[in-house]
Design a protein around this ligand. Structure first.
Ligand code: ZN
Length: 241
């Protein structure tokens, strides 16, 4: 099992590890800071270096508890010490975008009681589907204003890893369909935008809502009778940071 360093420290942008196995151009380590993708958040990119070699990390995925990194060339042999460095610009934009989508979820649930049915993101762009019967321009303008108002409130973002039984007692988590988690999952990772939103989530987030910066709702459309899709974009730079 690869130790998933990004689960407890999303700001870790480089790390040392040892190769545990290889498969073609893919390699796995005892520990990694590379996010393998999941929950709508794409995998990280970056570089890997070792004595006598270096390569780009072009794809990352999780398989049976191991994080596999596909390289641009041949991987080093098992036992080799490696140094990994994330493409931090991309990762940080994904962290801001992911937290922005959780702020959107929190606002839409608090103000309209609408549940999320799906979502996806790229750096600085995201979309989310809600159980909404009607979506109008005025509603979208209101949602955008309330999302930015919450971002500006400096909400801390807290990550916790809880025993399954404990997580199941948190009423807020039920609405993110925590009950659908397979029974063999003993621990549940939660991401809380304190005072606004609490979800079971495996992604990487910023530590404070203000790091998200300004969010624009750029489009919306109907995906069926009770499903409405909202598109957001973030500024490339965060003002004042
Ligand atoms: Zn999420």
């Amino acid at each position: 099992m690869t130790e998933e360093l990004y689960q407890t420290d999303s700001y870790l942008l480089e790390f040392d590890a040892a190769v545990t196995a290889t498969d073609g151009q893919a390699v796995t380590f005892d520990r990694t800071a590379f996010y393998p993708g999941g929950g709508g958040q794409p995998h990280d990119l970056g570089t890997l270096a070792w004595a006598g070699g270096a390569a780009q990390v072009v794809q990352v995925k999780k398989q049976a508890g191991e994080i596999w990194h596909t390289l641009s060339g041949d991987p080093p042999a098992p036992g080799t010490k490696v140094h990994g460095v994330l493409d931090w610009g991309r990762r940080y934009r994904l962290m801001r975008t992911h937290t922005a989508l959780h702020v959107l979820c929190g606002v839409v649930y608090r103000d309209y009681g609408a549940l999320v049915t799906g979502g996806n993101m790229e750096p600085l762009q995201g979309r989310m589907d809600f159980e909404f019967e009607t979506m109008r321009k005025e509603l979208v303008v209101e949602i955008e204003a309330n999302v930015n108002a919450e971002i500006d409130k400096d909400h801390p973002v807290r990550v916790a890893i809880l025993p399954r039984e404990e997580a199941f007692q948190i009423p807020d988590l039920i609405r993110t369909k925590i009950n659908l988690l397979p029974p063999q999952i003993a621990k549940v990772r939660t991401v809380e935008i304190v005072g606004l939103d609490l979800q079971a989530d495996g992604g990487t987030h910023v530590a404070n809502s203000r790091e998200v910066g300004h969010v624009r709702v750029v489009d919306y459309h109907s995906k069926g009778a009770i499903n409405k899709r909202i598109y957001i974009e973030l500024d490339s730079k965060v003002e004042g940071r």
